[in-house]
Ligand binder design. Sequence first.
Ligand SMILES: [Fe+2]
Length: 347
Amino acid sequence: MGLFNHLTNNSQNPTPQQNSHNEKNGDDQAATAKKNLLTPVHLFSHGSTMMLGEESASASYWAKCGREALANGVEHVVMMGAHWATSLPNTVLISANPTPSKSPVAFVAPHKYKSYALNPDMAFIPAIQSHLSRAGIASKLDHHFDWIHDTYLVLIRMFPSGCPPTTIISANYAYDPHFHVSVGAALRPLRSDKTLFIGSGGSVHNLYRNVWGPMLQHRDNFAQPTPPEPWALDFRQEVIDTFCAGYEQESSPLPKSIPYGREIRSSSRAAPGGGVGGPLLRRKATSLMKHPKYRDAHATDDHFMATMFVAGLCGSVEDVGVEGVLGAEDWELTNMCNSQFTLGGWD
Ligand SMILES: [Fe+2]
């Protein structure tokens, strides 16, 4: 038997070890293909209202993410923001106003948002409710909810030419991190259904510790007359270490053609298989709320529930290996850190 025949025969009649190897490869490929079919998930910090009207690295990154979503055929957007919650136990509200208005927004010229048409995704609500219900999470439709800047600020920047069909899910006033993780986990299967999930909160967001003078007196939200305080820098670092674990350095500046500044990408050595997704992400994200600097960074919990939501969306065992990227970041009002993360990608 020639070498070619020998190899051919071996490939036609694999040994048990080869079978096992091939099955593993097949499983790996299937897992990879499955992962690749899932949409990425964004965790954005919306910052102050002026982030709507002023140019920034974050705004450029949001626009890039929006272009990519449209180019990849996204049909639904589902968001959890920071400004809407319910006191009903074990419940979230779902935006179901077919003609929502926009709640007022300060320090932004009206022409930058007033004419933007919101696009409530009424037809998608049953699918969302069905997934929540299957996970034992109650949901209630709010037929009178007007959208708030924590969500439409980001949508205007991402999709300036028109809002895709969008649904907003409220937080719960108990601000239980694990409950909000479970909401994300319940909806995770919809990532395979051309649905883009966005959490809109804040990495470091304590309105009581912001330095408001430059914004109130001069409409300058990016003034930074002094550096951020150590507690703010420390907690910002903890959030990056959660969503971009194992990065080796703040990467060198991107080419000038990319306007959104620096990028920090999770290391492939961060965990077996690399990346930051998976059950460990859920544990790390929820643990952030017990960090000694958490209460300095978040006087209230409302702007950190989107972080839990995203950890749930990317916290399945099938998400192990999914990379995290800090695509842009802006400091505002001295101590407010607006980090823009993406988990996963389109290819
Ligand atoms: Fe906010």
